[in-house]
Design a protein. Structure first.
Length: 192
């Protein structure tokens, strides 16, 4: 299962880096599993499709919104002290809407792989001695999220954005079929 997911991630990444798709942004963020268990997440956004919509207000002012469909392969980890550390590969598909003032909203889904590592696990070896072993679990994970962000500055004519991204993550198999986590991601997005 791990090999299949890794190959899928590589295929998405390589196809996204082809001549047709150029990376648009790089994201680096705090990733808090159940909010308080710190981690880090990085990702690159590839625009699959872009379009504009125009809306006229009652005051006859016209507003143009930029919209796009985005593929974002991401890598991350979190650490829940004395319980587990999780590493994940999570490609995401996002719908992005940006206003002329720099405010943006994204919503989307992700589907990927997570491996957890458990500390302080011991077993009795054949010699009757207690030994520490590496233990952990493999999960398929799915996410559902909404992102709220704002472009805050221009660096060499390339905007820097801040964002907050609350999300639900479902990990399976776990317990009686799966477990639901609420995660919070807060970070910076650099245009490339």
């Amino acid at each position: 299962m791990k090999k299949v997911l890794f190959i899928l991630f590589l295929q998405i990444s390589f196809s996204a880096s082809s001549q047709l798709l150029n990376p648009q942004t790089l994201s680096i963020s705090y990733y808090g599993e159940s909010i308080a268990h710190p981690g880090l997440k990085i990702g690159v956004d590839y625009d699959l499709k872009n379009w504009q919509t125009n809306k006229t207000k009652k005051s006859s002012e016209s507003i143009t919104k930029q919209k796009s469909l985005v593929l974002s392969p991401t890598l991350g980890f979190y650490r829940h002290k004395a319980y587990q550390t999780g590493l994940f590969i999570l490609p995401e598909l996002k719908y992005n809407r940006e206003k002329p003032n720099g405010n943006f909203f994204q919503t989307g889904i992700g589907l990927g792989y997570m491996r957890t590592f458990l500390p302080d696990v011991y077993r009795l070896n054949p010699a009757g001695e207690i030994e520490k072993i590496g233990a952990g679990y493999n999960y398929m994970v799915g996410t559902l999220f909404a992102t709220f962000g704002k472009k805050i500055t221009q660096i060499n004519e390339k905007p820097l954005s801040v964002y907050a991204k609350p999300q639900l993550m479902y990990a399976a198999p776990n317990y009686a079929g799966g477990i639901l986590y609420f995660n919070l991601e807060m970070g910076l997005q650099f245009e490339l």
